[in-house]
Design a protein around this ligand. Structure first.
Ligand code: SF4
Length: 440
């Protein structure tokens, strides 16, 4: 057996791709190791959403490249969004790399690996995916209770700050039968949570030219699979959350009452500049509709601080939105200009770095404040949680769990195990988590 080490940067889609890469390579005698020093094949799965992440990928390649001096048969590969974006240029910056493969070329790996094992240098980047039934290959999943299933890849939205449409291409939905078959297999294997993934998950099915193929109907089908498990879906685009999807979440007892809906800015002019297809008021309406429908629902978001041309007043609208909408948690980032994007060319409107990072600090402070308030709402309530981790400390068993609404809950118990569903009464709230006691 040969040893494979994969370093994964970026989003859940990348993590899911890495699980698929490990699965494909397991058919060719590669076994995964957590120790990169003993690996025969090193793969870095990269993210280019921010410059920092792309820089990290090249810096890791530099470290690995030096290792080839002592281990000349070592093979190095790079994939993911940086590979897709930089293509042949990767090898100009890192000539010791053996294989560059794009986000569309994962299922070509069997051929690509043979070539690099014969000492060829290979670059496989296409703009169109190499179509394969994903269920033909193993998937080596890393999480113990949660399994990711990508259902749609790519994006047609072209938000002006985002590289995804350039690195992942246009939207491509997987066939529902293939997804349901994968979900059935996952449940049989004992996983307790399925997360349906897509850069724009509620667009699922639009490209398959059949009005019955929608995210709502897919949730209904997966909900019918026997077994105790739950279903999540990320990431939603605000104006694509239609009533039928909300109805499906309500009807299906296994679907978590949790929505991740990036707002990006609380100001309608900035949203227009970002080419987001909704106004601040429309976003408020969606949030209000969801909150009215579900008790204990949580809504999380993403925000960018310092988008080109953003004024102090427009930034303040974002702080206000976070508070008024009582968002339960938000991912935040300072704007990072990306190659190919429209916003990346608005150089004369870039916000000075110090202003941008001050805004990010204020955004994070507001996020902490709003998260604590959101957590405090749950004190005294009972939440059904799924245990994800276990740790022994001072003779006590501490369990980490996640509620249906995605809140992290810690509690002590020696009666429960990873993978159990437990009702927990919430006793205490902190900014990022809740503490409780199990109840019978
Ligand atoms: S919806 Fe916008 S931000 Fe999200 S992946 Fe598509 S282009 Fe990027």
């Amino acid at each position: 057996m040969k040893k494979l080490y994969i370093e994964t940067l970026g989003c859940q889609m990348n993590k899911s791709d890495s699980e698929r890469i490990a699965g494909i390579l397991s058919h060719f005698d590669y076994v995964q190791t957590e120790n990169e020093k003993e690996a025969d094949l090193l793969i870095i799965n990269t993210c280019s959403i921010r410059q920092l992440s792309a820089d990290k990928a090249y810096s890791q390649l530099g470290v690995w490249g030096k290792r080839k001096k002592d281990k000349p048969n070592l093979k190095i590969a790079i994939c993911g969004c940086v590979a897709q974006q930089d293509k042949e240029n990767v090898r100009k910056r890192a000539p010791y790399v053996d294989l560059v493969f794009g986000t569309h070329n994962i299922y070509e790996l069997p051929d690509l690996i043979k070539k690099i094992e014969n000492n060829e240098k290979v670059c496989a980047i296409t703009n169109k995916p190499v179509i394969k039934n994903q269920n033909d290959f193993n998937i080596i999943r890393k999480e113990s209770v949660n399994a990711w299933i990508p259902i749609i890849e790519g994006c047609n939205n072209f938000c002006t700050y985002c590289v995804v449409p350039f690195t992942r291409g246009r939207e491509r939905s997987r066939k529902p039968d293939e997804i349901i078959e994968e979900a059935q297999k996952i449940i049989k294997e004992g996983y307790k949570e399925i997360t349906l993934l897509g850069q724009n998950v509620d667009s699922y099915g639009k490209d398959l030219n059949d009005n019955n193929i929608t995210l709502a109907n897919l949730l209904r089908s997966i909900n019918k699979i026997d077994g105790e498990f739950r279903i999540r879906f990320v990431t939603s685009y605000p104006s694509d959350i239609k009533d039928d999807l909300i109805n499906a979440v309500d009807e299906c007892e296994k679907v978590c009452k949790y929505f991740h809906i990036p707002m990006q800015s609380g100001n309608s002019r900035i949203l227009k500049e970002m080419n987001r297809r909704y106004t601040k008021e429309e976003y408020y309406e969606i949030v209000s509709k969801i909150r009215k429908r579900f008790e204990n629902v949580t809504i999380t978001s993403d925000f960018i601080a310092g988008f080109p041309s953003e004024t102090e007043g427009e930034f303040t609208d974002t702080l206000k939105a976070m508070e008024e909408l009582e968002l339960d948690y938000s991912n935040t980032a300072a704007y990072s200009p990306r190659e190919f994007t429209k916003a990346g060319k608005m150089v004369d409107k870039f916000i000075p770095e110090d202003v941008k990072y001050k805004r990010l600090e204020r955004l994070n402070e507001k996020n902490r404040e709003v998260c604590l308030k959101s957590n405090e709402k749950f004190v005294g309530k009972v939440l059904k949680v799924l245990i994800e981790g276990k740790m022994e400390k001072d003779g006590k068993i501490n369990l980490n769990s996640r509620a249906d609404n995605n809140k992290i809950v810690h509690f002590e118990s020696d009666k429960h195990n990873i993978g159990d569903f437990v009702n927990v009464k919430i006793k205490k709230a902190q900014t990022w988590c809740l503490y409780g006691e199990p109840i019978e």
